[in-house]
Design a protein around this ligand. Structure first.
Ligand code: BDR
Ligand code: CA
Length: 316
């Protein structure tokens, strides 16, 4: 089977951890590179978390660190407990003797080199703020247009308004970068809160992870138990816990998992103020502006969770 080449840009984060494992354990994907971006926590923490995840599940992919802060605004404070704890990945004690190291190349250098060298188009999965992606598009516009097949984004929200504030973290965190990406003309698929807050797992899923009997399943169950507690207490309790970022990987692995989506024009608000970072989705196609994203509203939850279990079972 021909594998799909992907680059994952992330800020782990519990749900980024699930996204990484879903991708690394799936036989249909070839993960060429993992880049990190400041978001859930500062760049040092999210990079350290990425290396710990890879080492623990026995994967070895180049990890390159990228943007330390949003393109225009200063770094936004993420030193409170939040939904991911102070480390960004609270809930599991990773071994202290990790031999994996961050790449000498920056995220921008590594991603550009891979695009240049690749004979086929590469898919990006972005599960953090879009700072790295925005920089890449600004630095290498032609290369990006020629060599990127699609950018699968966990970000934004069309009409899911139960959160506080009502906009989604990744597009809010770097609104200007989000605008560059959404205006790039590169095919985009947006997995926002509309779909990710429907893709909830329950305790039985954690038991299935434990029952895999391997290290990866155990680590995921521990981390996701902690995440359920943090997320549902600090953020929002809908009677289950989301793994937002994994949705953006799942759709790349198998498009038929998407049960409902629609192409539309999505505008990113960047004016300073309470709406900065909001994704205004032209759901009813009234603006006359060209569609720039496929917005996903529903995934096949059972198959999605099974795909995560399958990937976790293939790792250490
Ligand atoms: C997004 O914000 C982060 O906390 C998660 O990792 C996810 O990427 C959800 O809004
Ligand atoms: Ca994330």
């Amino acid at each position: 089977m021909k594998k799909i080449p992907v680059i994952i840009d992330c800020d782990p984060g519990h749900d980024d951890m699930v996204a990484l494992i879903l991708a690394l354990g799936n036989e249909g994907l070839d993960v060429k590179l993992i880049t990190n971006v400041a978001g859930n926590k500062v760049i040092e923490k999210v990079t350290n978390n990425t290396l710990n995840i890879l080492n623990y599940c026995g994967a070895d992919v180049e990890v390159a660190a990228g943007a330390r802060q949003p393109l225009v605004r200063g770094y936004r404070r993420t030193d409170t407990e939040g939904a991911h704890g102070l480390s960004g990945l609270d809930g599991f004690d990773f071994p202290g003797d990790n031999p994996l190291r961050v790449s000498d190349r920056t995220a921008l250098e590594a991603a550009a080199d891979i695009l240049k060298e690749s004979e086929e188009k590469v898919t990006f999965v972005c599960t953090g703020p879009l700072s790295n992606m925005g920089l890449l598009i600004r630095a290498y516009p032609d290369l990006c247009r020629e060599k990127i097949r699609e950018i699968s984004i966990m970000g934004g929200t069309c009409h899911f308004i139960l959160t506080k504030p009502f906009m989604e973290f990744n597009t809010y965190f770097d609104a200007e970068a989000s605008k560059i990406v959404f205006e790039s003309g590169i095919p985009l698929v947006m997995y926002g809160y509309d779909v990710t807050y429907k893709a909830l797992f329950q305790e039985d899923f954690l038991e299935k992870l434990e029952n895999l009997g391997n290290k990866t399943g155990h680590m995921m169950a521990e981390l996701l138990r902690k995440f359920t507690d943090l997320h549902n207490r600090v953020w929002l309790d809908l009677g289950g816990c989301p793994v937002h970022d994994a949705c953006a990987v799942a759709g790349v692995i198998d498009r038929s998992l998407i049960k409902k989506s629609d192409s539309m024009y999505v505008e990113i608000m960047t004016e300073p103020g309470p709406l900065s970072g909001a994704t205004v989705c032209d759901y009813e196609h009234r603006s006359g502006k060209p569609e720039n994203a496929e917005v996903v509203f529903e995934l096949d939850l059972e198959r999605f969770l099974n795909l995560i279990l399958e990937s976790a079972g293939r790792l250490a």
